[in-house]
Write a protein that binds this ligand. Structure first.
Ligand code: HAX
Length: 424
């Protein structure tokens, strides 16, 4: 069955290489943009220096996966999304069955990985555990073995595909093991026998609830966080690391370290902390006036409002909208969710009035945590791990595309301050 997937990806690889060769040969000297000193000091903001075919993010619409708006993909499964990211098409029934057959044996992670997690300090951050678990699993890499055995550059994508499938499937078992070891005394739950569906297996291994709505939330969560083009911290990290022909385990582990930052993936945990702190301070849902005062105090003390703003987006993140719609559809009526709605009504106005944030609207992290909390996942240190399980799909898909294109090692040029001053 794997051959039907390989055959399709072989064609994808050929098309990618042809596009790359012709662009470089016929338009190699075309200038895409100039780079200003402000951009160099400003985190390379807006510099078009990366290729990413899996997804795109526009300021006025947000995420499209292979040119499909994310709000049209909210019924998909993670396996479908991975294949769409990699191949550019949603899988047909045969391809989907083949993918599920490849994923299913790896929901159960090796016991030495669980031992690694158990050996970590009791107060280790779940993201540190996730990254360490991936490092422990590096010995499984088919890519490293293929490279060591002398596989040619044009063939390496096959080993990257093998690693990607195993890594993504293992993320379900690994993340669930992090959750059980860190928060439930180490009682790890085995992958359900015969379960082929990744989000169902993951929901089961977390051991939180059997509510079908919870399982659907896990599925939606995995779909919505899967990719966000190539320039964000985690995607760029895995791209750079893998460009040195480091395998997917090294690359995704490094990316998870970036995702763990509060300005990137950790924002979902920070959002819920913000909400819980608000409720603690006011003994429940505050009044609008109290919320305004709380938000202003936070801004005036130099802190950000988590879940709001974005480096690219200038509208409400459609992924926020998808979670918001989920809450309404399932009639989730708890205080945290009410607060998410209240913050959405008030904070954009405050951020506009303050005039600093270029985008006063919510990003994906503003709503996701309150939904997880509502279904019983109350350990918000864990939320970024949920994000990581999903994002591994986009990271692997992007690395796979780069291996198919036989992209070279990344090596931009840095300048000293004196060199910069001499150009000013
Ligand atoms: N609250 C307060 N101030 C904010 C803000 C917010 N939510 N968003 C931006 N600003 C401030 C910035 O800190 C910056 O201030 P300084 O000039 O004093 O440095 C100013 O507004 C301009 O920033 P920007 O150009 O609008 O935003 P950036 O591209 O620099 O940063 C961030 C984008 C997402 C990092 C930013 O909006 C932020 O810190 N938001 C809160 C944290 C958050 O929600 N992060 C998750 C983003 C989504 C994601 O990657 N998830 O993984």
């Amino acid at each position: 069955m794997i051959s039907i997937l390989h055959d399709k990806l072989q064609k994808t690889a050929e098309a990618l290489r042809a596009a790359r060769t012709s662009l470089v040969k016929e338009h190699g000297e075309t200038v895409l943009s100039s780079v200003t000193i402000e951009q160099v000091f400003g985190g390379m903001r807006g510099v078009p220096a990366l290729v990413c075919d899996t997804s795109s993010v526009s300021a006025d619409e947000g995420l499209r996966i292979r040119n499909i708006p994310i709000l049209e993909l909210t019924d998909a499964t993670p396996e479908e999304i991975f294949w769409l990211l990699v191949s550019g098409e949603r899988p047909n029934a045969e391809e989907l069955a083949a993918l599920k057959d490849l994923f299913a044996p790896h929901y159960q992670i090796p016991s030495y990985v669980v031992d690694t997690l158990k050996a970590m300090p009791k107060d280790a951050h779940p993201m540190a555990m996730l990254s360490a678990g991936l490092m422990a699993m590096e010995r499984e890499s088919a890519f490293r073995k293929a490279y060591d055995a002398g596989a040619g550059k044009d063939e390496l994508w096959k080993a990257m595909f093998e690693d990607s499938v195993r890594l993504i499937a293992s993320m379900a078992g690994l993340a669930a093991a992090v959750y059980r070891v860190r928060f439930h005394g180490g009682s790890v739950i085995d992958a359900p026998a015969g379960e082929k569906d990744m989000s169902n297996a993951f929901a089961h291994m977390l051991g939180i609830s059997n509510d079908p709505a919870w399982k659907d939330l896990v599925r939606l969560y995995l779909v919505l966080h899967s990719d966000h083009e190539g320039g964000n911290v985690s995607a760029m990290t895995s791209y750079v690391v893998s460009s040195a022909l480091s395998d997917a385990y090294y690359s995704v582990s490094a990316a998870m370290c970036g995702l763990a930052g509060p300005l990137h993936g950790l924002a979902n945990q920070e959002c819920l902390r913000f909400i819980i702190d608000l409720e603690k301070q006011f003994g429940g849902v505050p009044t609008e006036e109290q919320l305004r005062e709380y938000a202003w105090n936070r801004l005036n003390s130099g802190q950000v409002i988590p879940g709001y703003g974005h480096a690219v987006l200038r509208v409400t993140d459609p992924r926020f909208t998808a979670f918001y719609d989920f809450a309404e559809k399932h009639n989730i009526n708890d205080d945290n969710v009410k607060l998410v709605q209240m913050i959405y009504n008030i904070v954009p106005g405050i951020l506009k009035e303050q005039g600093k944030a270029k985008n006063p609207w919510p990003n994906v992290d503003a709503a996701s945590g309150s939904l997880l909390y509502a279904y019983g996942m109350t350990e918000f240190d864990f939320y970024t791990v949920m994000f990581g399980v999903s994002r591994a799909m986009g990271l692997c898909a992007q690395m796979l595309v780069n291996r198919m294109m036989m992209s070279p090692i990344v090596r931009p040029k840095s300048l000293t301050i004196a060199e910069m001053q001499s150009k000013a």
